[in-house]
Design a protein around this ligand. Structure first.
Ligand SMILES: Cc1ncc(COP(=O)(O)O)c(C=O)c1O
Length: 463
């Protein structure tokens, strides 16, 4: 039986939506103590550009763009109009056997804009579903190619690919997830990832990256190439700390996958749609995956939509052998979500937001590197485009982390919230605002981070 919320605590929140949320909503990741004792509940009402406003009218800089989602910024009336128009015309057709005008148009647009010959689009509703779809495509296509034993997937340590069972199995924080969710999907193996600050091999730059890539070859040989279906990685991993691989890394990974008949899945759920200063992060490296997943920036969060996109070499097997993918998601290719995504892409290209992400990303990262010079807790700053991480350390020599649930990280989060900035601190302080951010707004954000770091370091006797 759950403990009833004491009225005195509910009463501390004044508005009906806050009280309703406190009593009835299961907010995905917020701890009860955070909500109740630290008054961490925030109910938002409206947004505009990089700012969002809570039910008390307090303004916050959304420095993580929702969850690296709202690329075109909040409060776009154009999107509301397109959504209303599509809702009036047609909201839904069966995803099993039919499609709609906006879904067909969006598939064509995605085929046109994704790198290389990626051209066949399977729609779903969120990033985890896109990853599940990619895994199933990879396993089934290996069977169609005549390799029934290729069921294994190799992923990377530090990676995040979602919360549904298959996607969670690829995610590497297993120690946290084993109880209560293990055993996971069988046949998943994790190899070292790109890390330019705490490198697994004690090597920095391209040399360390190449070691990480060659580890893939070793793992494939160790498992037996005839058992491996696919390798999955984010082109630039957010969860693993925004380290930017050298192009040699991805070229080597592509070569190894081709050599052993292993499919390459690039997970662009966060990276895709402009976040890293290119439309897709794969473009930084000149590598085309066999399957690409995408979600968040595809609609900038104005509707839940995602996709797994495949090359003809993958879809062709299903075509030639007259086989269906054993997979169906009721809300895949939802007509309103597709109409919204089309408008979102139009806005992104018209306003040159990808170019802005590249320019403002450089400016933000330069400011974060200055924080590393002046703050004892700022160990390293890195990233690409508007996806940057500040590594929070206890000691710059040992590089020992302030972990996500450490009192230091919690206090820093509180101070940033008090000063009107929404962030996510997972060992690193992640800064990833909407792609519409201006130079002045980057300065505003950096000043608040600077002040908050100064105060928390003072409170923890670091300065
Ligand atoms: C790289 C990557 N893949 C997949 C997912 C899962 O997406 P979702 O939360 O929409 O299911 C995420 C979520 O952050 C992600 O970062």
């Amino acid at each position: 039986m759950s403990t009833p919320v004491p009225e005195v605590l509910v009463a501390a929140y004044e508005t009906p939506p806050e009280q309703a949320a406190l009593k009835h909503q299961w907010i995905h990741q917020a701890s009860w103590r955070e909500l109740v004792e630290r008054r961490g509940l925030r109910v938002f009402e409206r947004g505009e550009g990089i700012y969002i406003y809570d039910v008390h009218g307090r303004r916050y800089i959304d420095a993580i763009a929702g969850l690296l989602v709202v690329n075109i910024g909040h409060g776009r009336a154009e999107i509301a109009e397109v959504a209303a128009e599509q809702l009036r015309k047609l909201a839904y057709v069966s995803a099993a056997s039919y499609t709609s005008v906006p879904a067909a148009e969006l598939a064509a647009r995605i085929a046109e804009l994704t790198p290389g010959d990626l051209e066949r689009v399977f729609f779903c509703s969120g990033g985890s579903e896109a990853v599940e779809t990619a895994i199933k495509i990879a396993k089934q296509v290996q069977l169609l190619r005549g390799f029934p034993k290729r069921y294994k997937i190799i992923a990377r340590r530090g990676g995040y690919h979602g919360a549904t069972y298959g996607a969670m199995s690829l995610t590497s924080n297993r120690a946290e997830l084993e109880p209560p969710f293990g055993p996971f999907m069988p046949g998943v193996f994790h190899i070292p990832t790109v890390d330019h600050y705490r490198n697994d091999f004690g090597l920095n730059g391209p040399e360390g990256d190449l070691m990480a890539a060659r580890y893939l070859e070793q793992e494939i040989k160790f498992q037996g190439p005839e058992t491996v279906a696919a390798f999955i990685g984010e082109p630039i991993s957010t969860a693993a700390g925004c380290h930017v691989p050298s192009p040699e890394y991805w070229h080597e990974v592509r070569r190894i996958c081709d050599r052993y008949g292993v499919l390459l899945i690039m997970d662009e759920v966060i990276n895709g749609w402009g976040r890293t200063g290119k439309l897709f992060a794969a473009e930084h490296f000149g590598v085309t995956p066999d399957i690409m997943t995408m979600a968040k920036g595809l609609s900038s969060g104005y509707a839940p939509i995602a996709a797994a996109v495949a090359r003809p070499s993958v879809y062709g097997e299903f075509q030639q052998q007259e086989r269906r993918l054993a997979h169906l998601l009721t809300f895949g290719g939802h007509a309103v979500a597709c109409a919204i995504a089309l408008k979102n892409i139009e806005i992104m290209l018209r306003e040159r937001l990808v170019e802005n992400a590249a320019a403002m990303g450089d400016y933000l990262l330069a400011g974060m590197k200055r924080l590393v010079e002046t703050h004892p807790s700022a160990g390293d700053a890195r990233g690409k485009g508007l996806m940057c991480a500040l590594d929070l350390v206890k000691d710059k020599d040992t590089k020992e982390r302030w972990l996500k649930d450490s009192p230091f990280s919690i206090r820093l989060g509180e101070l940033l919230h008090e000063r009107g900035v929404l962030v996510r601190i997972l060992g690193d302080l992640l800064l990833a605002p909407p792609l519409v951010i201006t130079r002045e707004q980057v300065d505003e954000l950096l000043n608040i981070v600077d002040d908050s770091l100064t105060q928390v370091e003072h409170e923890f006797a670091m300065r």
